[in-house]
Unconditional design. Sequence first.
Length: 117
Amino acid sequence: QVQLVESGGGLVQAGGSLRLSCVVSGRTFSNYAMGWFRQAPGKEREFVTAISWSGGTTYYVDSVKGRFTISRDNAKNTVYLQMNSLKSEDTAIYYCSLDPRGPGRVWGQGTQVTVSS
């Protein structure tokens, strides 16, 4: 049974940083692209970033380019999201996703990120 467990969320002041982690079990992690999405209160879940199975290709939504960095460690079955220069509009629940654009997409339970201004 596949399981994605996020951690690293919390409360941070605007301009601060957080690093999210997502550990995957139950699948051959290195076979899959991984992604991060977020959902703010009253809004639809939106794509934030994704990384290819090898880590060689990354994608970002325009609003986080230059501030967020996705990375992965296939030996640890873990994908990371380094978030710098956080803004109040980054406040959301952040979800890790395995195979984010594929038919077998799987979600984690989410981790809350709150940025105070």
